[in-house]
Design a protein around this ligand. Sequence first.
Ligand SMILES: C[S@@+](CC[C@H](N)C(=O)[O-])C[C@H]1O[C@@H](n2cnc3c(N)ncnc32)[C@H](O)[C@@H]1O
Length: 372
Amino acid sequence: MSAQPEDQVQIFKLLFGASWEDPSSDRRALRIRPGDCVMTVTSGGCNTLEFLLDDPAHVYALDINPLQSYLLELKCAAIRHLDHRDLLAFIGVSPSETRGGVFEVLAGDLTAPAAQYWRSRPDAISRGIIKAGNYESFIRLFSSFLRVFQGKRRIDGLLQCETAQQQQAYFEDHWNTLRWRLLFKLLANKWVLARRGLSVDYFKFDDGSSSFSESFLRRARHAMREIPIQTNYFLAQYLLGRYTSESIVPAYLLEANLPVIKQRLDRIEIVTAPAQEWLSQQPASSIDCFSLSNICELMSPEETDRLFSEVARSAADSGRICFRNLIVPRGVPEPLQHQLVLQEDLSRELLAQDRSFVYSRVQAFVVKKDAV
Ligand SMILES: C[S@@+](CC[C@H](N)C(=O)[O-])C[C@H]1O[C@@H](n2cnc3c(N)ncnc32)[C@H](O)[C@@H]1O
């Protein structure tokens, strides 16, 4: 018997109100062509929406968590019905006092379980749905501690750096303090994350909490020194708890892109299912691009092998894959590596330039069907 909507709300938590993976990396790895069929992991829905800019014929947005599907339903309804200014206000980029009323207008577009879920979360609607997940709640906690530990002037100074040289000098001379390093020990550990519902089991942080905070400190250092800071809307959220401006936001929210996104919305098909099971039901050679997020870290090695063998079977020849690791090393099983071929140079570049910066691997693969 399948779970009823009320049960699902009990079992699942909305973990992400926005996507925390740099869609530019996925778009470079996937090279989506007009007419392509794309499979992606829904999560916060932002990347699914951004892929529409590359003109795919169809985008399957999969998530095992029905609440992430309900989030994407609501984002689609908002994009369909609102103009740019009202869209930014409703989802939480700009201020608004009227989100509850706007939701009632959009609710008619939602499936019954999605409407029911959002009616049970008036707090999330009035805060703005891009801030509604447990991860965003952790980011707010982090950025409020950061303001105390580093001070507003120092944060503003970092965000004003215009060149890599300025960023590196600022990081070494002003930012890399004992308090900065202490902040990671205090907040980026498994106990604090677990209290936000981002449980250790969810992420399978099997390298322990101390190496966890150390490894994230190293990744933050890389983002602050090496990745252009003024266009990094991921880092802005960790530093400020919000985007720096309405023009430095995910590309699907840019005014110039909104008409195209609106026009192509119907190409998205939202599916609530485990990716590995759903893929096993797809015809052979039917999918051109796979954006797999880091879902394998939530699976056993055996399930990971199953996922990749279904990817190899359902992928079209010359298909492309983008795949991430956060903590737990997972990857294409050895027997499939001649069919799912790692693009080593591109993967190195993607990892170095990825604005979402917390990942240990961002990898691009190409599918070679004749290498079976
Ligand atoms: C792997 S998590 C990681 C979050 C991600 N790093 C981000 O920035 O959005 C992304 C989503 O994958 C979903 N997920 C986990 N395992 C899955 C599976 N086997 N099939 C489909 N979705 C899955 C989770 O519910 C979550 O919404």
